[in-house]
Structures are given as C-alpha cells and as structure tokens.
Design a protein around this ligand. Structure first.
Ligand SMILES: Cc1ncc(COP(=O)(O)O)c(C=O)c1O
Length: 373
C-alpha cells in the first residue's frame, strides 16, 4: 500500500524555474529588492485587492518580528492566543514582550474576543499590542470587532494569517486587509508555497515603506541605518517561484475545496466537527475536532497503520511550551486544552482524488470502532 504523505507540496518544474533562473542570472540582480521581487509584491497586493501594499520577507516569522518591532507600543506585555503555532508568541518574547495567553472560542476556534476585552479593561496600560492569530488561516468573522477593540484601547492590531494566503471571507474579500497589517507565510507547506518566505500586507503605505527598510538593515534610501533593522529580504529566485505559484493558485484552491467537500460530507455523518468557514480557507490541511481525545489518538494510530500521515495542529498549545512557563494566562485556557486534545489534521494538499477517498474510507472504518468503544 503506498504511503499518503501529510502534504505533497506542488512546485513548478525544473524547466520552468530554469527559464526564470536564466533571466535572473543575465540581469545580474539576485536579491536586494530586485525587479522580480517588486513584481511579486505587486501581484500579491493585486490578489488581496482592497488597496493594500505588500512587503515581502524571508519568512512569516521574520514578518511577525518586523511588524511587532514597527508597531507595538513600548510596554511590557502583548495579547495572543495559545492555540496557534509558536512563531508568534516566540517573536513577541524576542521583541521583549511577555505574552498574555488567552483562550479560543469553542464556536470557531478563533481567539476569545471577550477575554481580550477583559485584559484590556483591567490593564490596558501594560499591553503593547494585540497579535491576533488566524486559526488555520480560516477567516475570522469577528475581525471587525477586533479592529474596534484595538481602536477603543488605542493599541496596534497585528494579524497572524500565516496559513491564510488564498483564504477569503464569504463576501469574497481576501484576507490581508485587516488590522494594522497581516502576515502570511509562504513556506513550502502553505497553499502559496515558495519554500521559505513571507508577506506582510497593509492598507498603510507608510507602514509598508517602513517594513521594507526594516528588512534591509533599517537603511534609508541613502544607505544609513535609521532603524534597528535586520536582513529579511526575499531573493529574486524565490520571488520568481512565487509568481509561478500564484498563477496556479486559483486552480489549487478549487481542487482543495472540492476535496474538502468530500471530507466534510463524510465527517458530518460520523459526528466529527469541522470549524465553520473552513471551506473558505486555503486549506493547508483539513482540521477536524474528534468526539474525544481517545478517538483522536485511535484515529491517528489507525491512519498510520494504513500508511496515511496525519498531525494534530496546534497541539501541544503554545502556553505549555517550556519558554512560556512563566507567561501569564487568562483563566485556565480550558477550551484550548480541550480542543488540542481532540484536534486532528488530515492530508489534502497535493493529494490525488483516489488518495482522498482512501483517507475518508480509513476514517469511516475507524468511526465504527470508536463508536463501539
Ligand atoms: C500561525 C503561524 N504563524 C507563523 C508561522 C511561521 O511562518 P514561517 O514558517 O513562514 O516562518 C506559521 C507557520 O506555519 C504559522 O502556522
């Protein structure tokens, strides 16, 4: 039986990339805000629409770091949910902020707005900003309320939409135009995959300009370091791959949404819950919440016996990682713990139709076992 990987990134062929490489080689410009990078940033801004600008960076994590540096107020703490990938909270700490971990809502697995409000009402003077994580890149329907909250307490709002390039609200609006800025990852595991890379989008052209300087050592146009910058530039070849990938993104998303519909039909029938609006996301994988921790562990074991890889993002939750042992938490983060114990991530990216059917059959077979236990 052949192995089904957790994801199978699809990349342009060597012949296609060779053409791009030759063009870049002949131009003699390999990096430092070259023409291909410029075109790629315009193409991403055009995809998002809504008058955003885009700064390309070397990774989503670098984008988070630069955005925090550029925007957050000089205070001790920053708000973030624990049910996320560690990069955001790590960058907060690296930039000198102690994360205050909040829970997620059981309705949609997105950060708990009322807890964030509670923290700001009690201690807004110690909070330097909100890092709003976008769970699995799924559109957050409360985004307007988060923007209102940030405005009310006069704190910046950075949105970590790492997995969300290609996601769109039911209205059709793409993610990328909310808060002060949004960060996307272009890692090999994402729908728009270039290997390593990231993008920051914002409706504020001055912020984009600042980020472009920050990723280039903080140099201004005369080459003087005016800000505490770093090197987080995206090379020309990565940008060329990005342009090729972007041309295929509509087709890739359509395929994933078709496969997701098959998954969802099957999962609904066996009472496995999927977050609302997941079908509007870029679907790096299929996230589903199992009836219990035992059924989740059993399913992962059964899938593995059938040579099908699965994961359980985001488990363990970030607040349980060693480096955050002393970070404050709001309440007991009960929903985070409960969902982390029951979440399963199923493969979808780059799979063939018959492989999706094989995964679904394996899940259905297993369901009779957890139902019987
Ligand atoms: C929520 C979230 N934030 C940040 C990142 C980091 O992005 P990158 O791997 O491009 O640095 C990831 C990566 O998967 C992520 O899922």
């Amino acid at each position: 039986m052949s192995r089904i990987p957790f994801m199978r990134p699809t990349f342009p062929s060597a012949a296609v990339v060779a053409e791009d490489y030759d063009r870049i080689r002949l131009s003699g410009i390999f990096t430092n805000s070259g023409p291909v990078e410029h075109n790629f940033s315009l193409a991403l801004a055009n995809w998002i629409g809504q008058d955003v600008g885009v700064a390309l960076v070397s990774s989503g994590t670098a984008g988070l770091q630069l955005a925090i540096q550029a925007l957050f107020l000089p205070r001790r703490r920053a708000l973030v949910a624990s049910f996320t990938f560690a990069a955001g909270p790590l960058m907060l700490k690296l930039c000198g902020y102690e994360p205050i971990f909040i829970d997620i809502s059981e309705n949609d697995l997105q950060p708990d707005l009322s807890q964030a409000r509670g923290v700001l009402e009690n201690s807004s003077q110690s909070v330097g900003g909100i890092l709003l994580t976008n769970t699995f890149g799924i559109p957050n329907v409360e985004i307007g309320f988060w923007e209102d909250l940030a405005f009310e307490f006069n704190v910046p709002l950075i949105i970590d939409s790492a997995a969300g390039f290609g996601s769109a609200f039911p209205s059709g609006k793409s993610l990328g135009a909310s808060g002060d800025c949004e960060i996307f990852s272009l890692h090999a595991t994402k729908a728009l995959a270039i290997g390593e890379g990231g993008a920051i989008s914002s409706r504020d052209p001055n912020l984009i300009e600042r980020l472009v300087q920050l990723k280039n050592f903080g140099f201004d146009t005369s080459g003087v370091a005016r800000q505490l910058g770093t090197n987080a530039k995206l090379p020309e070849l990565s940008s060329a791959i990005g342009l090729r990938q972007l041309a295929e993104l509509h087709a890739l998303l359509q395929q994933r949404r078709e496969f997701f519909a098959l998954y969802k039909n099957a999962l609904d029938e066996i009472d496995v819950w999927t977050p609302p609006l997941e079908q509007h996301s870029a679907l790096p994988f299929v996230s589903a919440v199992m009836p219990s921790c035992e059924s989740r562990d059993l399913l992962m074991k059964e899938l593995s016996i059938h040579h099908i890889e699965s994961r359980c993002y985001y488990n363990p939750p970030v607040d349980t990682h060693d480096v955050f042992a002393s970070s404050p938490r709001v309440g007991g983060l009960e929903t985070t713990a409960k969902i982390a114990a029951r979440i399963i991530s199923l493969p979808i990216g780059g799979l063939h139709h018959d492989e999706v059917e094989r995964v679904i059959r394996a899940v259905q077979d297993c369901a009779t076992r957890w139902g019987a236990e």
